[in-house]
Design a protein around this ligand. Structure first.
Ligand code: 5GP
Ligand code: ZN
Length: 113
């Protein structure tokens, strides 16, 4: 398996992991786009959001719970933060193992670029 985020989940390559449980890992983005930029991944390999199926519903919901935990830990919960998942080329997905971005610590623009 050559997937970089599977390797992070398996501790085969290093990352600044800030949270981990049975089903997910959260770590600091290597190239942060905001003062807080954390990625939450499932330990299960799912390539794109299009590959999320009914059996993954609880897992995806859980990822949002983890995002809340991270936001509270980073003290951006009350100020506000953005969670997002990019899908495929035009959205800018560059790693094909789904990841929930958690961005905060500055005012977020809308619409996004
Ligand atoms: P995407 O563009 O696919 O939505 O987001 C991929 C994110 O993963 C980018 O923000 C990028 O900086 C981050 N990233 C890519 N490779 C690594 C890595 O090896 N380690 C960490 N911590 N982040 C990575
Ligand atoms: Zn993977």
């Amino acid at each position: 398996m050559s997937c970089i985020f599977c390797k992070i989940a398996n501790k085969e390559i290093p990352a600044k992991i800030i949270y981990e449980d049975e089903h997910t890992v959260a770590f600091e983005d290597l190239n942060p786009q905001a003062p807080v930029h954390v990625l939450i991944i499932p330990k299960k390999h799912i390539s794109t959001p299009l590959d999320i199926h009914t059996e993954d519903n609880a897992l995806i919901g859980h990822m949002y719970q983890v995002a809340n935990t991270v936001a509270k830990e980073k003290q951006i919960d009350k100020r506000g933060f953005r969670t997002l998942m990019n899908c495929n080329k035009e959205a800018g997905q560059s790693v094909f193992h789904i990841h929930l971005h958690v961005l905060g610590g500055r005012v977020m623009m809308w619409p996004p670029g």
